[in-house]
Design a protein around this ligand. Structure first.
Ligand SMILES: Cc1ncc(COP(=O)(O)O)c(C=O)c1O
Ligand SMILES: N[C@@H](CCCC[NH3+])C(=O)O
Length: 447
């Protein structure tokens, strides 16, 4: 987290000018807090790194598609990378310009295509020949022409976690180069309702070294030159996302400036048209460091002797990255607290009924019931991957802007555990009445 966003003042951790324990007490926990200044700063870094080279920054919505976050980025002029029609619709509803939306994903349904065509999105990043044929048919039925890019497989190893590498032939994403070459040549004759817009690729996520992007440029620009020689022109090259952020002390981000200057330099030097528009799709880099997940300690429980358990009210349902990838997030006390000599490291776990429900291991925190902890660098792939497993409610989210805090969802109270299913009607489902909730609140507990 950049020092200007998260600062310790008299021992208390603050985001911008708001003490984090205050957010926890006002809105309840688990609660994500995002810094507006940090989100806008990251967008400006990506955008301005291009200088006057034609470009579009398409924020990857999967990282965090909370309406308030999308609104902020749309107001900055951001484009969006979507992977479902739900994301496309969320972006448009939050003020995103359809002409700046790219639609990726291996499984687009006919209905998703129809809605995206009706909205007039910038382009479909097609991932298979069958998808092209389907899109051609759907566009024809609607009397429209669908703008397409082929997502090619650069076959570059991103040297990241196996579950988040995407640019290899063994991954489900994209089209192999030879097949893509043939498809590009066939589009004008075989798919009359498609119009070639560009080329896209994405090699993986949380990439901390520039080298895989250099290899990607080798492959992509060589391929673009071959296409040009075969008479295929592209309006844009989309290099995808993937720039990594520091999760552990000592790690360094792969900076937007370094990534963008590589793409601009290589396109200017090697593309048939040096002014070809460049698209990037950063997700994590845009939002990860803007967010923390606040959680309250419920219990401290003795462990096997070498460590204790710190049971908090956040869980894998709020932040699944540690359970899913063994990912590391720093966890800190938000109040003025230092561990007492001799205290044991703790494994921070949630209340969910899974042994993998761990948020961190080996942490020196010396926690007590009621302490508010902050799980750092949690803005990306946190709230957007949250679930209601174990009938938990979704985490609260707020936006911090200077000394103002704005809720981005309804407050995290028990009424939020809504029942979207349709009951059979065999039993009468008694409502949780406002009076019952009020009584619980008056009895003093947090929700
Ligand atoms: C097509 C595509 N674009 C962009 C992204 C965003 O990646 P990141 O959050 O690593 O920038 C992803 C996710 O890996 C992706 O699959
Ligand atoms: N969800 C992953 C990243 C996947 C990127 C999407 N292809 C994470 O938390 O790191």
């Amino acid at each position: 987290m950049p020092a200007s966003t998260l600062i310790r003042r008299e021992g208390t951790l603050t985001m911008e000018r708001v003490p984090l324990p205050q957010i926890a007490h006002t809105y309840g926990t688990p609660c994500y807090a995002y810094s507006r200044a940090q989100i806008e700063r990251q967008y400006r870094r990506w955008d301005s790194a291009f200088g006057d080279h034609p470009h579009l920054v398409c924020y990857a919505l999967k990282a965090n598609a909370t309406a308030g976050v999308i609104e902020l980025l749309a107001a900055q002029g951001s484009g969006f990378d979507a992977v479902s029609i739900g994301e496309v619709i969320r972006a448009v509803r939050a003020g995103g310009d359809p002409k700046r939306i790219c639609f990726s994903g291996v499984g687009k349904s006919r209905q998703e295509m129809r809605i995206a065509l009706a909205l007039g999105i910038r382009c479909f990043n097609a991932e298979s020949p069958a998808e092209l044929a389907r899109l051609n048919a759907v566009a024809g039925e609607m009397g429209k022409t669908a703008p397409v890019s082929l997502r090619i497989i650069p076959d570059v190893d991103a040297h990241t976690h196996a579950n988040i590498t995407t640019g290899l032939r063994t991954n489900k994403f994209g089209i192999a180069l030879e097949e893509a070459f043939e498809l590009y040549r066939r589009i004008p004759t075989d798919f009359p309702n498609l119009e070639i817009e560009g080329l896209s690729c994405h090699i993986g996520s949380q990439i901390l070294s520039i080298e895989p992007f250099e290899r990607t440029c080798d492959v992509v620009l060589g391929f673009v030159r071959r296409l040009h020689e075969a008479g295929v022109t592209l309006r844009h090259i989309d290099f995808g996302g993937g720039a990594g952020v520091p999760y552990r002390k000592g790690e360094k981000e792969l900076s937007p400036e370094e990534v963008v200057s590589l793409f601009v330099r290589r396109v200017r030097a090697e593309a048939p048209d040096p002014d070809t528009e460049i698209i990037v799709e950063p997700g994590r880099s845009m939002i990860a460091e803007a967010g923390v997940l606040l959680t309250t300690v419920e219990y401290v429980k003795k462990g096997p002797g070498t460590f204790d358990f710190c049971i908090v009210d956040a869980a894998m349902t709020d932040l699944i990255r540690p359970a899913l990838y063994g990912a590391w997030h720093e966890i800190v006390q938000t109040g003025p607290k230092t561990p007492r000599p001799g205290s044991l490291p703790v494994t921070v776990v949630g209340p969910v009924c899974e042994s993998s429900d761990k948020l961190g291991e080996g942490r020196m925190l010396d926690p007590e019931e009621g302490d508010v902890l902050a799980i750092l660098t949690a803005g990306a792939y946190g709230a957007s991957m949250a679930s209601t497993f174990n009938s938990r409610r979704l985490p609260m989210e707020v936006l911090v802007d200077g000394s103002t805090v704005t809720p981005l969802r309804r407050s995290a109270v028990l009424e939020d555990i809504t029942e979207p299913e349709i009951p059979l009607g065999m039993v009468k489902h008694p409502p949780v009445t406002p009076a019952m909730l009020e009584a619980a609140r008056r009895a003093g507990g947090r929700d």
